[in-house]
Ligand binder design. Structure first.
Ligand SMILES: Cc1cc2nc3c(=O)[nH]c(=O)nc-3n(C[C@H](O)[C@H](O)[C@H](O)COP(=O)(O)OP(=O)(O)OC[C@H]3O[C@@H](n4cnc5c(N)ncnc54)[C@H](O)[C@@H]3O)c2cc1C
Length: 414
């Protein structure tokens, strides 16, 4: 459906007062999305889940042309030096146009986060090693595509809740071999898994003691990792999701990002830094739902007047707008705080993710309702928002796990 009046859109006139860097980035990304994402979004949503990967890679290449991928790379290495606040701005704008594209670009940054954290802890050695070639590849127009792999078939939420002494058994195991390690195991539901050139993989060396022995490795495609399945999904169809098999994959010692005992800390910090920006994808979906519903309510006449002029519809729209105000201040307030301290706090980031996810679902349901029967039809582009919104409540830790973790950390004084 055409008719989106971007100058009046809630996307281009946010309530939250952004800084100049964020304003410039939003403007650039709105232009980028109008040219490269919006015209493809509906087609990619309807495409076969295997064929769509080519389109996604094409968009990632276009994103590399505007140097979007190196957004989280420190400035002295050629990146934008942006963290969660800037990342959230980018993901909100992309999420407004197509949540799957936002997820795939976000998954590149999520894959790079362990490098960012390792570099923070080792005085920048990991940054020089991984970020330099990353930036060079982006400049050369052959971008590296990263992914982040923790989830396993028998451990989804459990992988996000490991504690000292935890006895959950994980499947991906690293065994010392010479200077390096041999990886065997299985990861599931990995965003960008089917198209990734580099994957940050978490594995344990001692299955009896996962917390104490978890490590993180950078596994590159040429090391022999197999993509077993490309999943056919309800939404985010433009973001390829895969199942990865590791069978005697040799990883040299240069690709060890963090040694045993530090792996879980890296997972935890990565999730603290990524959850609020994932909530921003939800905010983008919620804004799109509001814009489409408002636009329709001003054009559609029933009962002798515009839908907007029926009090019940006006109230629904006001509630959608309220959700947006609430989430916008939460997500950007939280991301600003996350960027000001290291390690970042998990509590607010978990809530910001859950809030963004819930308002995305709520607003897309109301947008369908306001569109009536038309909203239920695929070519209207409204029901897609609900299919996309649902995932935000599930990945990056389910909303339930985010809320459980937050209250537990609060009790522990975190
Ligand atoms: C499209 C997609 C993309 C993804 N991308 C990635 C990725 O890039 N990298 C990656 O590593 N993972 C990724 N994931 C995995 C995702 O993070 C997990 O699916 C999620 O953490 C939930 O794990 P699970 O699916 O195993 O569900 P389960 O953990 O089995 O949970 C099932 C249900 O039980 C509830 N539950 C579980 N434990 C508890 C508990 N202790 N108390 C109360 N309720 C509980 C959950 O909230 C949920 O409702 C992706 C998933 C999807 C669907």
């Amino acid at each position: 459906m055409e008719g989106l009046d971007l100058p009046r859109s809630i996307l281009s006139t946010p309530f939250y007062s952004h800084d100049d860097q964020a304003k410039m980035l939003r403007e650039t990304l709105i232009r980028f999305s109008l040219e490269h994402v919006k015209p493809r979004a509906s087609k990619m949503d309807m495409m076969d889940h295997i064929d769509v990967s080519r389109e996604t890679v094409e968009i990632i290449r276009k994103a590399a042309e505007i140097r979007l991928l190196s957004l989280i790379v420190p400035e002295h290495l050629g990146g934008m030096g942006g963290l969660t606040y800037i990342g959230a701005n980018a993901l909100e704008v992309l999420g407004y146009f197509d949540a799957g594209v936002a997820t795939s670009i976000g998954a590149v940054w999520l894959g790079l986060l362990p490098v960012f954290i390792a570099g923070f802890l080792d005085g920048g050695v990991s940054w020089d090693k991984w970020f330099k070639p990353f930036v060079e590849a982006e400049e050369a127009g052959e971008p590296q595509i990263w992914a982040f792999a923790i989830t396993e078939p028998i451990a989804g939420s459990d992988y996000e809740r490991i504690e000292p002494g935890s006895k959950t058994r994980f499947m991906t195991v690293a065994e010392k071999k010479g200077d390096g390690y041999i990886l065997n195991g299985h990861k599931i539901f990995i965003s960008n898994g089917p198209i990734a050139s580099h994957i940050s993989v978490f594995a344990v060396t001692d299955v009896e003691n996962p917390y104490e022995s978890m490590m993180c490795f950078v596994v590159t495609k040429d090391m022999g990792v197999k993509v077993e399945t490309i999943f056919d999904k309800m939404g985010h169809r433009s973001s390829p999701t895969g199942e990865l098999i590791f069978e005697d994959v040799y990883v040299p010692k240069e690709n060890v990002l963090c040694p045993g005992g530090m792996g879980w800390d890296v997972v935890k910090i990565s999730l603290a830094m990524s959850r609020a920006p994932v909530g921003a994808i939800g905010l983008g979906i919620a804004k799109r739902a509001f814009d489409l519903a408002l636009d329709y309510s001003l054009k559609r006449f029933q009962g002798g007047k515009r839908l907007f002029d029926h009090q019940i519809i006006k109230y629904k729209l006001s509630k959608m707008l309220e959700n947006i105000v609430y989430a916008e201040y939460s997500i950007y307030g939280v991301t600003r705080k996350l960027d000001s301290s290291f390690p970042p706090s998990t509590i607010e980031s978990s809530y910001a993710k859950a809030i963004g996810a819930d308002i995305a679902v709520a607003n897309s349901i109301e947008a369908i309702q306001i569109h009536g029967g038309y909203g239920y039809m695929r070519d209207m582009g409204v029901e897609k928002l609900l299919r996309d919104a649902k995932l935000i409540q599930i990945y990056e830790g389910t909303n339930e796990i985010n809320r459980l973790t937050a209250i537990e950390e609060y009790l522990e004084g975190g």
